[in-house]
Design a protein around this ligand. Sequence first.
Ligand SMILES: [Zn+2]
Length: 246
Amino acid sequence: MKADPEAQRRLLDLQAIDIALTQLAHKRKALPEHAELGKLARELSTMEDQRVRAQVAVDDLDRDIDRLERDAEQVRARKEKDQARLDAGTGPSRELEALQHEIGTLNRRQSELEDAELELMEQRETAQAALDEVVTALEARRATRAEAERRRDEALAAIAKDEEFRQAGRRPLAADLPADLVTLYEKIRESSGGIGAAMLRQGRCEGCRIELAGGDRARVKAAATDEVVRCEECRRILVRTAESGL
Ligand SMILES: [Zn+2]
C-alpha cells in the first residue's frame, strides 16, 4: 500500500487520539464510585432489612399493648357493673357476697394487666429506640450514597466532555486521511490491542518495542517514503519520521 508520508505521520496523531479515547473508556468503567456505590447498595439493603425488623417489633408490641388495654377495659366495665349492683344493695345476701368476691378477683386481674402493660411499654420504648437508631443510620448512609452518586455523575460528565472534545478532533483528521490507510489502521488496531500504527524511533518499533534487525532495518530504509511499511514482529504500520534512526 502507498500513502503520502505526511498522511502516514498524521496517522500517529489519529493513534494518539484513539489511545486517549481508550483510556477515557477505561476510566469510565473503573471509576472508584462504581465499587463504592455497589458496596453502599449492599449495606443499604441490609440496613433496610434491619429497619423492617425493628418496625415489626414496635408494631407487634403496639398490638400486644392494645390487646391488654382492651382486656383491662373489659375488666373495668365489669367491675363498675358489679359495684353498681353492690351499691344498690338489692338481691339476696349470697348474691351480694358473690359480687364482692368477683370484684376482688377483678381487682387482681386488673392489677396483673396493668403490670403486664407497663412491662410492654418499657419493651416498646427500647424497641422504638432501636428503630430510631436504624432509621438515623439509614438516612446517613443514604446521604453518603447521594454524595457518591453526585461524584460519579460529575466524573462521568467530565469524561463525556473530554470524549466529545477528542472525537471533534478525530473526525476531520480521519476524514482527511486516505480511506484505505484508515481502513488498514482500524483493522490492525482491532487485532492488536488498540494500536494500529507505531512510530519507528531510533530503530525500534514503538508498538512492540522490538528493535528492527539488520536486514529488516535495511528493508525499511530502502522502502520508498510513500510505501506503507509494517513491523515484521507486530504487523503494525511502522511510521518513519526524522527520529527513526535509519
Ligand atoms: Zn512492532
